[in-house]
Design a protein around this ligand. Structure first.
Ligand code: AMP
Ligand code: TRP
Length: 328
């Protein structure tokens, strides 16, 4: 089976979106043929500082490798390195009704949040995403539920193209990444962990041990002292139990049993030490990879080469089907 997915370069990886998303990318590469891309062109739909965008793309690649993507088993590339993405997006633009784009939830949300920058790219964002995907004829697309609507549009574009020009694209299916569990904010455990709530609310996947100790020990907990999983009544402790259980790969019940007579302080300490143990290899790998710029460049070169070889074949077919005069 061929798998394709993309991630934005900007935005910190924290334990929430790791457990909810990128961990799955790592698992999938063992059994399937996977292509993963850092979508720098998509990031341009919101205002970016050029230097920061440049550095974030490199850093995201480093981070994906640090958490275990293995380029012997998957292709990892930067979206803008394969020109066919923008070419196919243009062609798809001419097939996509504006009304379909205007009803996309993400477009509505983002234009509401940022009224000063409702650019055409924000509207056609899902068309570029459809091009990303369909270029590679993948079977499944692992994404979170916020992207399902975009996947439906992708399938609609594939169908429309096929009807108009003859069968060209496979209609890919969503591989819905169910959040292993929703990881909540350390400060306000009634809210989802998100980097926008400030550093005390989340633990980065590459956090320093001392910072992990501090953040976990300061995490909001509930009254009482029992280590009991009850998200409604004890959201703080329940969140820590979830985190512990996922990283230790032990059931919630086993975690409750293990800490039955231990009290909050001891449980928090154990959670911090577990996180340090599990995250330390990621942090070290990231530091090490950061220094190997040439190696990363080579990985990206190979990744783009592999991606391009598939994308070029698709595009030749597309150009000829839609009636472009081909160069000699
Ligand atoms: P984001 O980094 O917010 O763009 O989210 C990327 C993916 O990670 C989403 O599709 C979610 O499924 C997942 N995710 C983000 N935050 C969390 C969280 N706090 N807990 C669990 N999964 C999350
Ligand atoms: N839109 C996706 C997100 O915000 C990122 C993305 C771009 C993507 N192109 C893709 C995901 C192709 C899967 C496949 O998360």
């Amino acid at each position: 089976m061929r798998i394709f997915s993309g991630i934005q370069p900007t935005g910190q990886m924290h334990i929430g979106n790791y457990l909810g998303a990128t961990r799955n990318w790592v698992n999938l590469q063992n059994e399937h043929s996977c292509l993963y891309t850092v979508v720098d062109l998509h990031a341009l739909t919101t205002l970016q500082n050029p230097k920061e965008l440049h550095d974030a793309s490199f850093e995201k690649v480093v981070e994906l490798l640090a958490i275990g993507l293995d380029t012997e088993r998957c292709a990892l590339f930067i979206q803008s390195h394969v020109k066919e993405h923008t070419e196919l997006a243009w062609i798809f633009n001419t097939l996509t009704p504006v009304a379909e784009l205007e009803r996309m939830t993400q477009f509505k949300d983002k234009s509401k949040k940022n009224k000063k920058n409702i650019n055409a790219g924000l509207l056609t964002y899902p068309v570029l995403m459809a091009a990303d995907i369909l270029l590679y004829q993948p079977d499944k697309i692992p994404v979170g539920k916020d992207q399902v609507q975009h996947l439906e549009l992708t399938r609609m574009i594939a169908r429309k193209f096929n009807q108009q020009f003859g069968h060209t694209f496979k209609e890919p299916e969503v591989l819905l990444i169910e959040e292993a569990a929703k990881i909540m904010s350390l400060e306000d455990p009634k809210k989802k962990m998100s980097k926008s709530d400030g550093p005390a609310a989340y633990i980065s996947l590459f956090e320093e041990p001392e910072a992990i100790r501090k953040k976990v020990s300061r995490a909001t907990t509930d009254t009482g002292k029992e280590i009991r999983f009850n998200p409604a009544k004890k959201p703080g402790i329940s969140n820590l139990i979830t985190i512990y259980s996922l990283f230790a790969e032990e059931s919630v019940h086993d975690v409750e049993k293990k800490f039955a007579d231990k009290g909050y302080a001891a449980f928090k300490k154990a959670t911090a030490e577990l996180l340090i143990e599990k995250l330390e290899p990621f942090r070290q790998k990231k530091q090490e990879l950061f220094k190997r710029e040439l190696y990363i460049q080579e990985i990206l070169k190979q990744g783009a080469k592999r991606a391009r070889s598939i994308a070029e074949t698709t595009m030749q077919d597309v150009r000829s089907k839609i009636g472009l005069l081909l160069p000699n």
